[in-house]
Design a protein. Sequence first.
Length: 121
Amino acid sequence: MDWVARAESLLYDGEVIEADVRLDRGGVVVTSHRVLVFTPDREGSNYRQVDRPNVEGVDVTTSGDWSFLELGVKALVVGIVLVAAGMTVSLDSLVGNVSLDSGGLRAPSASAGCWGCSRRC
């Protein structure tokens, strides 16, 4: 049953439908005198009404969690800083004293552990 379409049969004399919002099987109907809410999937009554003497309008807004955007912006800033640091800092000056010439392979020692075994294989 379409509850929002059924709202027309519930109107008072002189009352008109100004807006309706369909939500799955239920919905909300705003009239010139009341707000009608239809919730067929919930326990209890399927229909509620609220008089609206002081209501001037109904708006549809969306909201969300901004923490994902905040984390994304932080990750972007950290990434830009790391790329800029990688392009400006010379790694040659940091490891200038290290020599890669070891003089060839040496026999594995007992302290080499499993790494020494894998080098022999």
